[in-house]
Ligand binder design. Structure first.
Ligand code: PGA
Length: 256
């Protein structure tokens, strides 16, 4: 069965001391709820300090981005082997802010996903439609393109390791969450697509997180849905108590 995975995306927030304090508190949450994989993705400069704070606990540490080349003349970029070196187990790729603020293409995201697996990092591949795309009835077409391109060239055994985060862009940081039904519909669509691209067994193995204004009061309803295997949490992951409540409610939804 799929182990739920709830991960905080701290984005470009906090300072070193508050990052360490938050990581220490979240490590306690991870230790208390062992049935759920609990992770945090701090800003790159704080990865080492957060990994040290998480050391000896089940808290998973991840990065928010990486470049696909292992090293070289790529000023300002961070390489996968460097993230491994700092203690990262996973990396968020293709987040909507990377796609829409920094112009990342499906092609670039696809190279990053493949490279991350090669470096031994679990990619959290973010997919999701803009508001105008949803209103134009193009949600499935957009999500199909993001998933298909994001997994392009991966063998079954590689695809199984990828975590997909469905994040409707209109729900990110807006307080406007997708209803559990809206989210489940897209999650089921993604699982069906994975069965077409690979096979039903692979589709059943892949974890699909929901992201976009996840809060303690909607975590249980969202995670009660059959195809929602966890959450990628932005704003609400910056407060230890709030994030702990999201994890606690998510665990209850899965009967843990
Ligand atoms: P949010 O962000 O929870 O603040 O909406 C989610 C994300 O961007 O991953």
């Amino acid at each position: 069965m799929r182990k739920p995975f709830i991960c905080g995306n701290w984005k470009m927030n906090l300072d070193r001391a508050s990052a360490v304090t938050l990581a220490q508190a979240t490590a306690k949450t991870a230790a208390r709820l062992k049935g759920v994989d609990v992770g945090v993705c701090p800003p790159a400069p704080y990865l080492e300090a957060v990994a040290a704070a998480a050391n000896g606990s089940p808290l998973i540490v991840g990065a928010q981005n990486m470049y696909f080349e292992p090293s070289g003349a790529f000023t300002g970029e961070v390489a996968g082997p460097m993230l491994k070196d700092l203690g990262c187990a996973c990396v968020i790729l293709g987040h909507s802010e990377r796609r829409h603020v920094f112009g990342e293409t499906d092609d670039l995201v696809s190279k990053k996903v493949k490279a991350a697996l090669g470096f031994g990092l679990v990619p959290i591949l973010c997919v999701g439609e803009l508001l105008e795309e949803r209103e134009a009835g193009r949600t499935e077409a957009v999500v199909r393109r993001h998933v298909t391109k994001g997994l392009e060239g991966l063998a079954k055994a590689q695809a199984e390791q990828v975590v997909i985060a469905y994040e409707p862009v209109w729900a990110i940081g807006t307080g406007r969450t997708a209803t559990p039904q809206q989210a489940q519909e897209v999650h089921a669509f993604i699982r069906g697509l994975l069965a077409d691209l690979y096979d039903p067994r692979t589709a059943e193995a892949v974890r699909i997180q929901y992201g976009g204004s996840v809060k303690p009061d909607n975590s249980r309803d969202l995670m009660s849905q059959a195809d929602i295997d966890g959450a990628l949490v932005g704003g609400a992951s910056l407060k230890a108590d709030t994030f702990a409540a999201i994890v606690t409610e998510g665990a209850k939804a899965k009967g843990l």
